[in-house]
Each structure stands twice: as structure tokens, then as C-alpha cells.
Design a protein around this ligand. Sequence first.
Ligand SMILES: [Zn+2]
Length: 371
Amino acid sequence: MGIHHGQVLSILRDEGPQSRASLARRSKLSPTTLTHVTAQLLSDRVVTECEAVESTGVGRPGQAIKLIPDAFHVAGIHLGAGLVQIAITDLRARAKATASFDFSLRETGPDDVVSRAAETLSRLRIEIGEPRLLGIGVAVPGPVNAERRSILASINTGWRNLPLASKFETQTGLPVVLEHNVSSMALAEVRYGIGRGVPAVLYVYLRTGLGAGLVVDGMPFRPGGHGAVELGHIQISRDGPLCSCGNHGCLESYVNENVLMRAVGLEGQAPGNLLERLEATEAWMPTLDRLTDSLAIAINLLTPDLIILGGHLGEAPDSLFDHLLKNLPPRVMPHMRGVLRIERSGFGPLSGAIGGAAVALDHFFYSGVRQ
Ligand SMILES: [Zn+2]
């Protein structure tokens, strides 16, 4: 496997079955290289031949090449603050088995979380007949280092410079790559969901905190090689409440799960319809206004073609979307006003785990690095 293999596999993933002529055109590989690459992929049983999709109707239709989605699998793990979600997926990021568990941040250290996630993954593998896994993508709640081996700093878990990839590799025996959790969710939508073919996708995720991830031209945006789009830490009031980051008046200090749970008079685990409950309280309009203010800034800075809302925002009532679509356009540059799209995540509550799987698929399969 090499970079050319990854190139051909990515075309088959994104555009479906292709004739060899079409693959040669799209990949710009020489006929000799393409013949060599397709022969190897056929012998590895990663692709198969099928009837050409673009038959001319004259004579015998030619053969096309298509991906075999079940040829390999990967695992995606979302490490959230207090919640872990795991999915084993095929090569199209379709979940074959999923599991999740809660943990107490105060009582559980990262090593215990990793052990428990590894045990859960092992059980899932057995449940579905132990498919061969190429690797694990772990979506983590904070920016990762340039090598994507360590989480640099996670405010809501308190984890700093933690070599999570090595810890997972020791526990599972599989290669591991890390990615910022909301960037992973954005990547999954761009590769396999509602963001396919969209040049710039901004994903906004509300759970314990308020995070964002940006994918531009198919690549997660990592400013400085390790940063993240910290939408939640845009300061919207200098005199606002103390934020978990140490600053005052960040968007996240007003719009986070704890604050919203208090506003609706609930304790414990947040319900799926948290924002629907919030709609009946006087905290609703200020919450919408703060989101609108911050998203207007993000749109002017980042010019996303599509904004995807996930977590509690993905389960918000339609009135939240109506409010944003009415109030955002006048606040952004004129050329953005008519093209703003805001959608719910297509992967729902599994978005973090599917995000991890998308990262693993990019890293261990569609890059062509598989051994
Ligand atoms: Zn902050």
C-alpha cells in the first residue's frame, strides 16, 4: 500500500464504482501505475470488479472497480467529559457495533477510563465475530499535539499533555491516532455525512462545554499545528462569570450543560431534550442571543459554507434553527447572507464515535499507509 492506493480508494469512497478509464482520469495516475495499484487492491480483496456504471449501451459493458466496505474495520472512540462512546465501523464509517458508558471525572483517572474503554471495545469485537481492526481513532476533548499522540490540554477533564495514544495502544494492541473531538465530528460529516462535497464545514457541539471544529477542503483545521477553533471561549462579556478556562464572560460560561440544567431546574444526567425544556424558561432568549452573537463572529472569521449543530444543539427545537437563520444573515458579510446553511448532525448521539472512526479511516486506510 502507498499513497497512490490511498488516492484510488478515496475516489472509490467519494464517487462510487469507477471504470479503470475514469479512475485514471480522476487520479491522474499513469496507466501502468493504475494497473499495478488496482491489481494489488483486487488481490488484497479491498476492491472488486462489477459492471460498469457508465455503460454506453453498445456491446458488452466494461468492468468497473468498487470498494468492498467490509474488507476491514476500524474503531472510533469518543472520550467526552464523563461519557465514552465506542463504535466499530466498516470502511464507509457505518457502525457495526456500538457501546457507551458514563464515568465520574472526580473519581476516575485517565488510565481507568482507557482500561474500561479497551475492555468495552474487546467485548464489542467478540460480539461481531472479531473483525480485523486497522486501528483506533480517538476523539478527545481538547487540542492534540502535532503528532496526534497526546492531548495537550482539556479544560473540562483537567487532562494535560497526556499521551493517550500510547495508553490505548498498550491496552488494545492496536495502532491509535488522536484528534480533537469536534474536529473529528466535522470530518465524519465531510467524508460520510451531510458535509460531503462542502468546502468549509463548521461543527458546533454543546455538551459539558461548547466546542467547535472546522474542516476546510477535506482537512481538519489545526492552527499552529495543534490548535482548535475555540468558539466556546470567545469573550462576549468582560464582566461575565468566571469560565473554566480562567477568563471571564466566555460564551461557554453562559452556554454549557451545567448552567442550562440549573436554568431548567434539573440535576444529574442531562436529558436529550435539554434545549426543548429550556425553551419554556426565561433563559431561552438570552441563550439564543449569545449563540447568535458568537456564531456571527465565527462566520465572518471562518466563512463556513455549512454549520452543523451537534450534541444538545443537534436536538434543539426547530425554533433555535429559525432564530439563527433569521438573525444571523444581517450580522454577517453580504456575500454570506444568502448562502448560510445550518443543519443538525446526521450522526446524532454517535457523532463523536463515528468522528473517531472517520479519523482512523483517514489515517490507517485512505492514506494508503496500511501494511
Ligand atoms: Zn473560556
